[in-house]
Every structure is written in C-alpha cells, then in structure tokens.
Design a protein around this ligand. Structure first.
Ligand code: PBG
Length: 318
C-alpha cells in the first residue's frame, strides 16, 4: 500500500527527507536606534525587541553576535523631523560606532527611506501636488552615500519610489562604493502588517496612506514587475514584503530575474505570533520556526525576522 506516512514515522526519517535546511547566516536581525533616547523603550507586540540608543544597541549586538547572529538591518530614527535636507549625522555616528566596536564580525545593512525623517511620515519629499520624485531620489541617494561613508556594508531601500535603485546605485558608484550591495525591498505591498514597526520607527503617515507608492495586493503582475525593474536598475538582492502574504511571488521573481529573493517577516506577522503566545494560544518558538521553514520552502534565500536572535536556541546551525 502506498503510505506517505511511512517516511514521517521517526525524527531520523523526517530529517532525512527535509528539504528546507538553512543556517543562521541567512537570517537578518532588524534593530532600531533612536537618536537621543535616554533609555531603551519596549516595542508593543515585538517580543525581544526594543528601541535602542547607541550604547544599548552596542550591547545588544554583542549579545546577538554571541548567539550567532551575523546579519543586521539598522533602522535609524532621527529625533528632529524635517521636510527636506535631511541630516544623517546621528546615523553616521551609529554606524561608525558599530563598525569601530565590531569590525567585520557582522554584516550591517541600513534601511534607506525617508518616513522616519519627515514631519508627515511619508517616504518622500512632498509638495501640495504630492510626491516630488526627483528631490526624493536625490535625498535617498545622499543618504545611501552617507551610510556607505560611515561604514555600512549594504544599502536597503524600502521607500518604493520609482527609480530609486538606479539612482542609489549610480551615487554609490560615483563615490567609490561600487562594492557596496543594494538589497532592495523590491516587491513591497501597502499593508496593514507594518503596524508595530511604525510605532517603533515613529514613521506612521500623518495623513493618507502609502498606496500611491507601495504595491496593491490584488496585483500579481505589478508585484513581479516591481522586482524585475529593481533587478534591471542594478539591485543585488531582491525581497518580498510582507513575507507570508507574498509567498507565491518568491520563486517567480527568482526565476524571472536570476537574482536571489528574500522574505521580510514584518512586524505585524512576527507580532501576531508574539501576541498569540502571550495569550497562551501557541508555542512561540515552534510557531516561529514553522514560518521560517515555510519561507524557505517558498524559495526565500534569506529571511529578515525580528526573531533572528532566537535561531541558535531554536537549533538552527551555522
Ligand atoms: C519604511 C519601512 C517600513 C517597514 C520597513 N521599512 C514601514 C512602511 O513602509 O510603512 C516595515 C517593516 C515591518 O513592519 O517590520 N518604509
């Protein structure tokens, strides 16, 4: 008799047949550094994650490195909001202190967007008519160069403005950073699942929403086209976001572009697990691991997750 259950009858057999083995080097840990913060602040919904100042971020990274995390994604949160002419001094300071203390033992990506910098919380420079695209791209390119100068390993644009990857790539190249890669948030949907993040990054739009620049969940071809375009503009790595609501797109994007595509397990997805676990309704660790295996099964090369620092204790090897 055909018995599919036969190969699931022992842990040895299940491990023999597992198709989604991966390692900690493919998990990226986000963290928030808020300029001028006196002490760390909890982030509602994001278990194990807080808003940091520079000294507390350094301590957290030290701990994370000991727990085998090597990939980090910094979200800089400036204290002064402006509408243009953004200042990157505090982010430069964060990056260079991390670099000074930890050298090359970590890989440091910097989220590159304007929503934490602007008074209105949109990811662009605006005027009465809406997005001022050229000024926005200029600001993004300037940020990318500032971050690379301070010692960032990679730039990760999350703004979804048309043309940002091309503009950032040429600015990096012109300034001698031709080896700094761009990990683009290439297929990023307008989503309800960014809620906990927007509190942490102080980046909620003060009016309207982001549907003009972020993708429409109803649209599959547009979602793939956005990643294809980033690839054409010179992105090195692609990404879908939110991860769980974009599983069907990961392989098609990889196949269409030949580039590796990761998944961002966003704050609302991770927060959902945290809240269910807080209510005693699921086992947090097992549920988290389950979602990672699903991202891998769907073809994700890497996973950005607020739980990367738990990977070692979950038994994910090097
Ligand atoms: C900034 C940005 C957002 C996220 C990453 N970069 C929020 C947004 O677009 O509103 C979301 C990450 C998360 O929810 O974990 N543009």
């Amino acid at each position: 008799m055909k018995r599919l259950m036969r190969l699931r009858a022992s842990q040895h057999l299940r491990d023999l047949c597992a198709e989604t083995e991966f390692n900690r080097a493919q998990l990226i840990q986000p963290f928030f550094v808020v300029e001028g913060l006196n002490q760390t602040e909890p982030i509602p919904g994001l278990r194990g994650n807080v808003r940091h100042n520079i000294p507390s971020a350094l301590k957290q990274i030290e701990k994370d490195l000991a727990d085998g995390v090597t990939q980090f994604l910094l979200f800089p949160v400036p204290s002064m909001k402006k509408d243009s002419g953004f200042d990157h001094q505090s982010t430069r300071e964060t990056i260079s202190q991390i670099r000074k203390q930890f050298g090359n033992s970590l890989c440091l990506w910097i989220d590159t967007c304007l929503c934490s910098y602007t008074t209105h919380g949109h990811c662009a420079v605006l005027d009465e008519k809406g997005i001022k695209l050229d000024e926005t791209l200029e600001e993004l390119a300037r940020s990318a160069v500032a971050f690379a100068e301070a010692g960032a390993d990679g730039i990760s644009p999350s703004d979804m403005m048309d043309g940002r990857v091309g503009r950032i790539r040429s600015a990096l190249d012109e300034n001698g950073f031709n080896l700094v890669p761009v990990m683009s948030y290439s297929t990023k949907f307008a989503s309800n699942f960014y809620g906990p993040f927007r509190n942490a990054a102080d980046s909620a739009p003060q009016f309207g929403d982001r549907r003009h620049y972020q993708l429409d969940v109803r649209n599959r071809s547009g979602a793939i086209a956005a990643s294809v375009r980033c690839a054409e503009e010179g992105a090195d790595l692609l990404m879908v976001k939110p991860g769980l609501t974009s599983l069907d797109l990961i392989r098609p994007i990889h196949e269409r572009t030949g580039l590796q595509c990761g998944a961002y397990q966003v704050s609302g997805e991770f927060g959902g697990l945290s809240v269910l676990a807080d209510q005693g309704l699921i086992k947090f660790d097992e549920a988290l691991l389950e979602t990672w295996h699903v991202f891998k099964r769907a073809g994700a090369q890497y996973i950005i997750t607020y739980g990367a620092r738990y990977a070692k204790s979950l038994g994910i090897g090097r």
